[in-house]
Design a protein around this ligand. Structure first.
Ligand SMILES: Nc1nc2c(ncn2[C@@H]2O[C@H](COP(=O)(O)OP(=O)(O)OP(=O)(O)O)[C@@H](O)[C@H]2O)c(=O)[nH]1
Length: 300
């Protein structure tokens, strides 16, 4: 069998399960997960190298109608990922019916004239009879190249999904070395782990206005020392993040430290600071400074 390799853009509305799917396919945490919409910010490329194909996945931030400058940048990144790929995997939440947000994505996809695979996710929560109805309903909306029902969480039907994607990848050798799983550097992943802990621990109180910057990293023989800055856009958020007698920030620090230790297989000493940058999400300069406008190199 000829070797194939190429780019697959995974797009979908917030909360459809893009990050869960990426992580299940790649068996390693490359994108952060949370039950809040829009936690995925950069177009993380996860790379899966198998015997007969190399899949380069481009995860895209949830597409939604932009309200702020940051929202506009996120949407732009998602569209660029779609324009540059070989096949689009549009992931939907199978428990939800077609809505205006889907119409919005559909209009964009139509213009791109690329193969589109509809991935119907969360089928573990849908009754069989209802599923058929859902699938037929979607088929009526658009001439999808293929429709694949899956459960990203339960890891159901993922091999079938890979086989379907493979059909649309061009013949050719590997695009990346086989041991490479992501093209994001480790510092980015460290910040994402810290950001995930913040979103998880603070629930609805800290919105997506939070950014994490790694300011210092010193590696010793069996220990890594790190200092990270958490940037929020209001004084009140700083108070929430620090918590009563520093309880919240301590709990975020310990949770992040634990995961970093497991990931890096070394002792980690993490220090966290909080800074307020008023209204940074509406300032293009700040978005650039925090690296949120970067497009994936793999798509250049
Ligand atoms: N029952 C069920 N839940 C799922 C499945 N896939 C994802 N979820 C849940 O749906 C929620 C959202 O999943 P994410 O993977 O973070 O969603 P996302 O599309 O990456 O979201 P954004 O980053 O906001 O764009 C999480 O609570 C997941 O556990 C699935 O197959 N079945």
């Amino acid at each position: 069998m000829d070797y194939r390799s190429g780019f697959i853009a995974i797009v979908g509305r917030p909360n459809a399960g893009k990050s869960t799917l990426m992580n299940a396919l790649l068996k390693e945490k490359v994108a952060i997960m949370s039950d809040k919409p829009n936690t995925t910010r950069n177009n993380i490329a996860g790379i899966l190298t198998l015997e007969d194909a190399q899949y380069v996945f481009v995860d895209t931030p949830g597409i939604h109608k932009p309200r702020q400058q940051l929202g506009r940048v996120l949407n732009k990144n998602a569209y660029t990922a779609m324009e540059d790929c070989d096949v689009i995997g549009w992931i939907i939440d199978g428990t939800q019916s077609f809505g205006s947000g889907d119409e919005f994505i559909l209009n964009r996809i139509e213009q791109l004239k690329k193969p589109v695979i509809l991935i119907v996710n969360k089928v573990d929560m849908v009754k069989k009879e209802k599923l058929l109805e859902t699938l037929l309903g979607w088929q009526d909306r658009y001439n999808f190249d293929q429709i694949v029902p899956i459960s990203a969480l339960k890891e159901n039907n993922l091999n079938e999904l890979l086989d379907v994607f493979r059909e649309y990848l061009p013949e050719g050798g590997m695009l990346y070395p086989s041991e490479m799983k992501s093209d994001h550097d480790i510092n980015f992943q460290i910040c994402e782990i810290i950001r995930e802990k913040i979103l998880f621990k603070t629930r609805e109180e800290i919105p997506h206005s939070v950014a994490v910057l790694l300011e210092n990293k010193v590696e010793e023989e069996n220990k890594i020392f790190m200092q990270a800055m958490i940037v929020v856009d209001r004084d009140s958020q700083k108070g929430i993040l620090i918590g009563k007698q520093g309880k919240m920030i301590r709990s975020i620090r310990l949770a992040a430290q634990k995961e970093l230790k497991e990931k890096l297989k070394k002792n980690v000493e993490l220090e966290l600071y909080v800074r307020v940058e008023k209204n940074w999400r509406n300032q293009e300069q700040k978005i650039k400074e925090f690296g949120l406008d970067e497009l994936n190199e793999a798509n250049d």
